[in-house]
Design a protein around this ligand. Sequence first.
Ligand SMILES: [Zn+2]
Length: 331
Amino acid sequence: MRSPIYSEIDYQADGKQTGYLRLPHSVHRSAYGWIPIPIVQIKNGDGPTILLIAGNHGDEYEGQVAVARLAKDLQPEMLAGRVILLPMANFPAAKAGLRTSPIDDGNLNRSFPGDPAGTVTQIIAHYVESVLMKMADYAIDLHSGGSSLHYVPTVLYGDREDEQEMAEVLRLTRAFAAPYALHFRRSGDNVSTAAARRQGAIAVTVEMGGSGTVSPYALKITREGIERVMAEFGILKETKLGAPGETKVLRLTGGHNYLYARQDGLFEPAAEIGEEVSQGQTAGWIHQPEAPWEDATEVIFPITATILCKRIPGRVQPGDCLFQLGQDDND
Ligand SMILES: [Zn+2]
């Protein structure tokens, strides 16, 4: 079945085009309406295609800002190939500033490969995978910690069975040159990097800042990383950026990489993102301000590792992630 989405962009045409992916959505206030998912294509002749996705989670803003800037800054003559920009991939979520869609509660990055006959979020996932990822040689899915987490700027990359593809994934990761990279063995099949893998695109996900806001530091790394990647693969003819800085490569080894709250309360962290912590070290305390005479519960780091992200809201309940930990990638 074909996607019900109609694209206002002619993907074969040279030049800069702006418009919408129209997702038919017949509702009370608009019987023949469509959801307007903004899209920009800048193309100059033959060459590789890069797809830049932001707003996959609607409350992650560094990527949305970086892609919105590129839509204005990039001109066809600067390129040899094609750049496709999707600044608000899950448009209903991005418009509302929410992680998931207010229409169907859909989490786009858990919805691949999607379904052309499914919910709004499933239709978007299906189009991104079967049309956009299919056209892409390279893709970057731009995330951050959103409203509930804050990340050190990190490129997430997964193993590929094909050696040539793996070499290209590493080349992309090195070119982006974030301060941290997180190497995982294999992602779930419902995320954007799995969509890329199925469609033969070389892709990474990046986690840039968060806290439901935009930090100049994370935004600078996002913008420079995208520019370096486009130059590395010859899509951008020229860059004035200097040599990238060092990347610390970490990995996930198992369940101990996520530290969770196990009770309700108010979390007091005892460590910061980017900090190297030791097994048994105090991670923080969960307080009961409603009963301040009760002892606070100490939370302990289960492994020696580097903190990649931390929880932002102070109130916690059982199951909330407090920290994500990455270990040295030695083997
Ligand atoms: Zn995200």
